[in-house]
Design a protein around this ligand. Structure first.
Ligand SMILES: NC(=O)c1ccc[n+]([C@@H]2O[C@H](COP(=O)([O-])OP(=O)(O)OC[C@H]3O[C@@H](n4cnc5c(N)ncnc54)[C@H](O)[C@@H]3O)[C@@H](O)[C@H]2O)c1
Length: 383
């Protein structure tokens, strides 16, 4: 297979590496990226990057390509997607699928009302073995009817500092802290809830990475430097505390879904105890998933024996093995052997959900999502 890349950053280099590990046989026709941050990783892994093109249009018309991969910063996704969808080659684009509400409606309309090539969105949690099992437990009815959910995303200091230093620090580039970081979670949580969000409240702010809260020391207990270890990527700055960031660094949200399911969510970008955990309570059972330690536990309400427990594989740098699992899913979809585990419309809904959370946070009001879903359905032609 012959691939083309728009936005050859750290993530697309990781995706190409995972595709190689998954047994994909490909070469790169070329890429468009004014300053490709991911080039050195490709060189290290013996993956030739092909020709560097001067524009996305030049790259796209240089085909034929078997897959176009888009890994530019979030504010460029809509532009790059809209161009790539004119071609015949399938498109893989990183999440969040787009950055704004209007871009979401425009993309939904384009996908549903015109002939476009297949579009796969890198919502990598969909491919994670633990998430597949969680969804199976929910869909097979072991928990009964879902009533309420509690979810968290608490990051270690290096991850938070990376967000405060790189392009994710600006709303105009990333959309928001939550849009970039947890559109994955809101995609799966809606599937678990079994409905779209109806009403949303959210609070958040900048309470961590600020000049007046700069820590007195910049090193860990073992002497290694703190807040600067992860390479910044595109448009990065040096100091996580002297930052011009305008996204939140901690945020909470309450979501009521249209079927009455309730969710509380808490995210913090600098914690000493890392956590990404979903607690799902149903009428007949309860499930706890620890997505950092990659463990799953659930039990039926009236059972008295030990809960069912499963430990999934743990690995630091590749989403606990989900990157290679997603690469396998992508290869299977390209070979017409299986559907990709998430549709672009599900990715659009996950993005819109987080945008509504950010709207509630910015306005300090409860946001009713009815108009948003009516507009989306009109764009899709479903109403
Ligand atoms: N699925 C996941 O788990 C996951 C993980 C990390 C990142 N991502 C997503 O991947 C995307 C890229 O993130 P990253 O961490 O690789 O960022 P990065 O900063 O490492 O790379 C971004 C790349 O885009 C390039 N770029 C900037 N302007 C461009 C333009 N006009 N045209 C083409 N390329 C341009 C930059 O030069 C850089 O090489 C983002 O959408 C991010 O949300 C997804």
């Amino acid at each position: 297979m012959r691939f083309a890349v728009i936005g050859l950053g750290q993530r697309i280099a990781a995706v190409l590496s995972a595709l190689k590990q998954a047994g994909g046989e490909f070469t790169l026709n070329g890429y468009f990226d004014p300053a490709p941050v991911g080039l050195s990783r490709l060189q290290d892994e013996g993956i030739g990057a092909g020709e560097g093109y001067r524009s996305a249009e030049q790259l796209l018309t240089s085909g034929p390509h078997d897959l176009v991969l888009i890994g530019s910063p979030n504010h460029l996704h809509a532009e790059h997607l809209m161009l790539a969808l004119y071609g015949r080659a399938p498109v893989f684009a990183e999440k969040p699928v787009v950055r704004t509400e209007n871009e979401s409606y425009a993309l939904a309309q384009r996908l549903s009302q015109e002939e476009t090539p297949p579009l796969y969105i890198g919502l990598v949690l969909r491919s994670a073995p633990i998430v597949r099992e969680i969804l199976a437990v929910v869909h097979e009815g072991h928990l009964g009817t879902i009533v309420s959910i509690d979810a968290t995303e608490h990051l270690p200091p290096e991850h938070g500092a990376y967000l405060a230093r790189n392009w994710r620090r600006k709303r105009e580039w990333s959309g928001s802290f939550l849009l970039d970081k947890v559109c994955h979670d809101f995609d799966i949580l809606a599937e678990i809830a079994g409905a779209r969000p109806q009403r949303i409240a959210s609070f958040g702010g900048r309470g961590i990475f600020r000049g007046d809260r700069m820590p007195s020391t910049r090193s860990y207990g073992d002497g290694s430097p703190a807040f600067e270890m992860w390479p910044g990527g595109w448009a990065a700055t040096d100091d996580a505390f002297l930052t011009d960031a305008n996204v939140t660094d901690h945020q909470t949200a309450l979501v009521q879904y249209t079927n009455g399911v309730q969710l509380s969510f808490h995210a913090n970008s600098m914690t000493a105890l890392r956590e990404r955990r979903w607690y799902v309570a149903g009428t007949e059972g309860t499930l706890i998933a620890d997505l950092v330690r990659n463990t799953l536990m659930w039990r039926r309400t009236l059972e008295t024996g030990a809960p069912y427990r499963r430990q999934f594989g743990v690995s630091e740098s590749d989403h606990n093995g989900a990157d290679v699992a997603m690469a396998r899913d992508l290869l299977a979809a390209l070979g017409n052997e299986a559907d990709f585990p998430v549709s672009p419309f599900q990715a659009i809904e996950a993005g819109l959900t987080v945008m509504a959370i950010d709207k509630a946070q910015a306005l300090g009001q409860v946001v009713d999502c009815t108009a948003m879903w009516t507009t989306l359905d009109a764009a899709i032609g479903a109403s």
